[in-house]
Design a protein around this ligand. Structure first.
Ligand SMILES: Nc1ncnc2c1ncn2[C@@H]1O[C@H](COP(=O)(O)OP(=O)(O)OP(=O)(O)O)[C@@H](O)[C@H]1O
Length: 413
């Protein structure tokens, strides 16, 4: 059912829903557009409306082939809407859900596009703060690039900042999506450009592996891993690509690459990755780790303690129906002792395809077999050592008997 948005736009058909509102296929004076209509309770928040208008220039000024441009901001009665360029295609989450993992060449081409878009934004002083596959759109009408990938565009620029108003979230609260949150945000520092690089490196890892490096289990556990754990290597990944990921997942923001450099370095790797199939990685043990820290308990209501892509909505009060993905969190910054106390090595460790899953019956059987084999090897070693010692001793002193060697190894025949 069509509806008017301000005096210039008509929203015709729902394209998708997020936690902050609904995206419509619409029509404007210059042709088709995408209209993000913010939820009514957000639209009626006077402070947010003020910020909306305040951020107008920054939001409207961003023009780059890898950024979904915001064309207009509409404040009209109960409607608060961002009018954006329409991207005819799909979002990267949908592609990942379909393919599970991408070939390295396609993954790197997509991430290089987004790095270029981020470079333009960072140069204009804008930090995205919510880089994740849901916010990457693939333009199916654009030309095919390396690995058969379509041009990738980053959307939702400035939306996290808009919604993250001082009243909604004080300095002690975290806004974002747990799997992609840089450690400095978890530690309560203000988000700078390097948080986008960390999130983008997480996306690249996810495209290659099929899962994020620190995700899984409760949001509180995920946040803690960002701060305390190091990323586990992906079997079969070319070393140059791995080094880039490691550098951009560095805990210290200053150690990460800048967006423009990341884009350039990724493009340099493309010829080497041509034709390489997706990595042969099995999803690690996906059993959620119930981490009952105070942070974790505060983050999710009872009954929702453990969710695979653990999250609570970006905006307080968002109903589950608002989003079928539930990928945001809003929780307090954990205290240093909570972070330190939780370093128990719960990050997902990728397995080479076919290797048994930790904790599985096959893994337990393999462990048992290994133990038996190790036990047997140990007995054989002790025996061999005894024989060896006896032989050595007897060689030195032809008259000595095995008993003279002062060890408990069985006597030589
Ligand atoms: N400019 C656009 N052109 C075409 N489709 C779009 C555009 N922007 C968003 N969409 C579609 O609308 C869906 C919802 O987008 P939205 O930004 O509201 O939510 P999200 O990013 O998936 O989730 P959240 O806002 O909770 O992080 C997207 O998945 C995408 O498919």
């Amino acid at each position: 059912m069509a509806r008017k948005i301000g005096s210039r736009y008509t929203a015709n058909q729902i394209l998708g829903r997020g936690s902050a509102g609904t995206v419509w296929l619409g029509e404007g004076p210059e042709g088709p557009v995408a209209i993000k209509l913010l939820r009514e309770d957000l639209a009626s928040d006077q402070e947010l409306v003020g910020r909306f208008v305040q951020e107008r220039t920054a939001l409207l000024g961003l023009e780059h082939p890898n950024v979904v441009s915001v064309r207009d901001l509409v404040v009209d009665g109960n409607d608060l809407a961002l009018v954006m360029d329409l991207v005819r295609g799909t979002d990267l989450r949908t592609r990942l859900d379909r393919d599970r993992r991408l070939a390295p060449e396609a993954a790197v081409a997509i991430v290089a596009d987004i790095a270029d878009g981020l470079a333009a934004a960072h140069a204009a002083g804008v930090v995205h703060r919510d880089v994740k596959p849901e916010n990457v759109l693939l333009d199916m009408q654009g030309p095919l690039g390396p690995g058969g990938s379509h041009p990738a565009l980053l959307t939702d620029f400035g939306v996290a900042k808009l919604i993250d108003s001082p009243r909604r979230t004080r300095a002690t609260k975290i806004i974002g999506t747990p799997d992609y949150l840089a450690p400095e945000i978890v530690e309560g520092l203000p988000p700078r450009a390097a948080v986008d690089i960390y999130a983008l490196a997480t996306v690249l890892y996810e495209l290659l592996a099929g899962f994020t490096p620190f995700g899984g289990g409760h949001p509180g556990a995920v946040l803690r891993r960002h701060v305390t754990e190091t990323v586990a290597p992906l079997p079969g990944i070319p070393d140059e690509l791995w080094q880039l990921i490691v550098q951009c997942l560095a805990k210290a923001p200053a150690s990460r690459l800048r967006a423009s450099e990341l884009g350039a370095r990724l493009r340099e790797l493309l010829p080497m990755l041509a034709g390489m199939p997706p990595l042969d990685v099995d999803e690690p043990d996906s059993e959620p780790t119930e981490e009952e820290s105070p942070v974790a308990q505060e983050a999710a209501p009872a009954g929702e303690r453990v969710r695979r892509r653990g999250a609570v909505p970006l905006v307080p009060g968002a109903k589950p129906a608002d989003s079928n993905r539930d990928t945001h969190t809003s929780m307090r910054v954990p205290a240093p002792d909570e972070l330190a106390g939780g370093a128990r090595g719960t990050a997902r460790v990728p397995r080479a395809a076919g290797a048994p899953r930790p904790g599985s019956a096959r893994h337990r059987a393999a462990t048992r077999r290994r133990r038996v084999a190790l036990g047997a090897a140990a007995v054989a070693l002790v025996a061999a050592a005894g024989v060896g010692t006896w032989l050595a001793t007897s060689g030195d002193d032809a008259d000595a008997t095995p008993q003279d060697t002062n060890n408990s190894a069985p006597a030589a025949p």
